[in-house]
Design a protein around this ligand. Structure first.
Ligand code: DAV
Length: 366
């Protein structure tokens, strides 16, 4: 019996990882939590259904590029088992006309030490997405006697979980920014809801973004579940669509973080980093002015990199400015052509979920 699952942060040497799949991906129908995520001028507004098959094939090709880079470096790569995502689903509390995808895994699975936990996502269309990863969880459970297989409390996602008419087509960018600054998001606080990609793991500290996909009740839940950890709620008032921390605040190695210059971490939240001599560097500008077609995310997926070890990082191949900056920061940069996977939910960090990194749970902020 071997040790298969262990990871405490995003930078220790990566040995085993899950890479998503684009098969059967759907642009989901509108529901209370998702309309917020689609910008008013997006070509995706008001449309839903299976994504065009040529884009699925191309997205999968990009993910294969990543798999090859990882395997060539000796990293073990596991893949999910996609479901037929364009099926209607229901629970006693809600019905939804479709599911979405098994991209990106980073939103669904949170690895903390020897535990992998399926998240309490706020999108109804993602309610059953964890099933794509269950064959892997079964395998880890069978092979690793220390693996803790966990499901966070399932949110009910009734109408009480959302602010209705929170989202108004006519809302201006300024109003959006005011809402972010006021921590006024589409979810209510009746139950903990969170996406795993809002949680940044740094040993004994968890920095969790409060935004459109993760609420305050989730912070409270995390602190009670992990009493030995310090849970920090963080906010980035410069982000009009605050979803996931990994295109905003990205650690490269102990002591060094790149921060989206449009979404700076405000005082006093910076204090804990500064007091411990961490350097927060403004990330380089993206190489693109627009995201690819049918993409939910912003151009800042440029900084959504996958750190292989404290000296090595995979960066998207067209993101030349980000590559150059990483190089200057002393990282060995491996470019990977992945841009056509962005529409499926994200960049290099999003498209993966940690299974095993060397190293232990350290206190970086004593
Ligand atoms: O900037 O659109 C994308 C994060 C995806 N996990 C953004 C955030």
């Amino acid at each position: 019996m071997a040790k298969i699952v262990s990871s405490w942060n995003d930078w220790d040497p990566l040995k085993r990882v899950i890479v998503g799949r684009c098969d059967n991906s759907v642009i989901p129908p509108e529901e209370p939590a998702t309309s917020e995520k689609v910008p008013v001028d997006s070509e995706m507004r008001g449309m839903w259904g299976l994504r065009p098959s040529d884009t699925v094939a191309r997205g999968n090709e990009c993910l294969e590029n990543l798999v090859k880079i990882l395997e060539d470096r000796g990293v073990v790569v596991d893949r999910p088992t996609p479901l037929q995502w364009n099926q209607a689903i229901g629970t006693p509390d809600f019905r939804n006309d479709s599911m979405m995808t098994c991209m990106p895994p980073r939103d669904i699975l949170l690895t903390i030490g020897n535990e992998i936990m399926a998240a309490a996502n706020s999108f109804r269309c993602r309610y059953y997405e964890y099933l794509a990863y269950w064959p892997l969880m079964e395998m880890y459970f069978e092979q690793d006697p220390d693996f803790k297989w966990t499901q966070a409390p399932r949110p009910r996602l009734t109408d009480r979980s959302y602010k209705h008419n929170y989202y108004d087509e006519k809302i201006s960018l300024e109003e959006r920014l005011e809402r972010t600054a006021a921590k006024d998001f589409v979810t209510t606080e009746v139950e903990p809801m969170w996406d795993a990609a809002d949680v940044m793991r740094m040993g004994k500290d968890l920095f969790i973004q409060h935004g459109l996909t993760t609420n305050r009740a989730a912070m409270d839940w995390f602190q009670r579940y992990y009493p030995e950890f310090r849970v920090h709620a963080v906010n980035f008032p410069g982000d009009p669509y605050p979803i996931h921390i990994d295109a905003t605040f990205v650690p490269l190695r102990p002591g060094l973080i790149i921060n989206n210059p449009h979404r700076p971490l405000p005082e006093p939240q910076r204090a804990i980093f500064e007091a411990n001599d961490w350097q927060i560097v403004e990330a380089a500008d993206p190489a693109h002015t627009e995201p690819p077609a049918l993409c939910y995310s912003s151009v800042w997926l440029s900084m959504n990199c996958l750190v292989l070890d404290p000296k090595t990082v995979i960066v998207e191949a067209s993101e030349v400015h980000q590559q150059e900056q990483m190089d200057k920061l002393g990282m060995n940069v491996i470019p990977c052509d992945l841009r056509d996977a962005y529409p499926f939910g994200g960049g290099l960090h999003c498209s993966t979920a940690d299974v095993y990194r060397e190293g232990e749970c350290l206190d970086y902020f004593p």
